[in-house]
Design a binder for this molecule. Structure first.
Ligand code: ADE
Length: 236
């Protein structure tokens, strides 16, 4: 991935999350370019209107198609190659986002995110432009901005060089359909609470075995859906 563009009516929303931590590191370490585009800059009325009432009636507003069309035409007119870009629309109607999807998206050259609000975006924008509609979970957020931040954060971790040790990324939760093991650091005893002996044993085989057991135990307890997958895949 070399470039991420976000089209949003609330660009200020991203200043915090995109200015900090991992995302900032990705910009520094691997030259990831992130551009924010203010949807209202692609309106033509004095009020910079981005929404309107829905055809067919009902509560809530719908985001107008014209600003999105014009913003995307501007972007691709500026030289961003359409055929090397995935346009993503975060929405509760999308396919559910997983680490696997994140890993796949990290292999794209360029991602464009369209942030919706209210009842969502005029369907013509989705039909004409969107390559993937993605949901970050079965709940409704007030807008696509937070979902975009979540997706971008999870995706850039998979770009080689962003996280110092790619092995660390690979051993995180969900790899091999298991949640991650518990971790401890110094001090060895804190308020009478002890670090498990095995972790201090220096026996790497025993430690690996213990970690796998803990991952299986935890997955079985809180994520029966993942546990079932794990059992089936490993023919246990
Ligand atoms: N926008 C509002 N809710 C959302 C969700 N759950 N996932 C992605 N985008 C959203």
């Amino acid at each position: 991935m070399i470039r991420i563009d976000v089209i949003t009516a609330f660009p200020e929303y991203f200043r915090g999350p995109f200015g900090e931590s991992m995302i900032r590191q990705a910009q520094r370490r691997v030259g990831l370019e992130i551009n924010l585009w203010d949807l209202r800059d692609f309106t033509h009325d004095a009020h910079r209107t981005v929404d309107d009432t829905p055809y067919g009636g009902g509560a809530g507003m719908v985001m107008k198609p014209e600003p999105f069309f014009e913003a995307l035409e501007y972007l691709f007119g500026q030289g961003l190659p359409r055929e090397q870009t995935k346009i993503i629309y975060p929405s509760p109607q999308g396919k559910v986002f997983t680490n696997r999807v994140a890993q796949k998206l990290a292999q794209e050259k360029s991602l464009v995110f369209l942030c919706g609000h209210y009842k969502g975006i005029d369907q013509r924008v989705i039909d004409y432009w969107v390559d993937e509609e993605i949901s970050i979970g079965d709940y409704v957020l007030t807008g696509g901005e937070l979902a975009t931040v979540v997706i971008v954060d999870a995706v850039i971790r998979w770009i080689p060089g962003v996280v110092g040790d790619i092995e660390s990324v690979k051993s995180d939760s969900f790899e091999g359909d298991l949640l991650d093991a518990p971790y401890y650091t110094r001090p060895e005893i804190y308020r009478g609470l002890k670090v498990p002996d095995v972790l201090r044993s220096g026996n790497h085989q025993a430690i690996e075995r213990w970690r796998l057991e803990k991952r299986i135990e935890k997955t079985r307890a809180v994520r029966p859906d993942l546990y079932k997958k794990f059992v089936e895949k490993n023919k246990l």
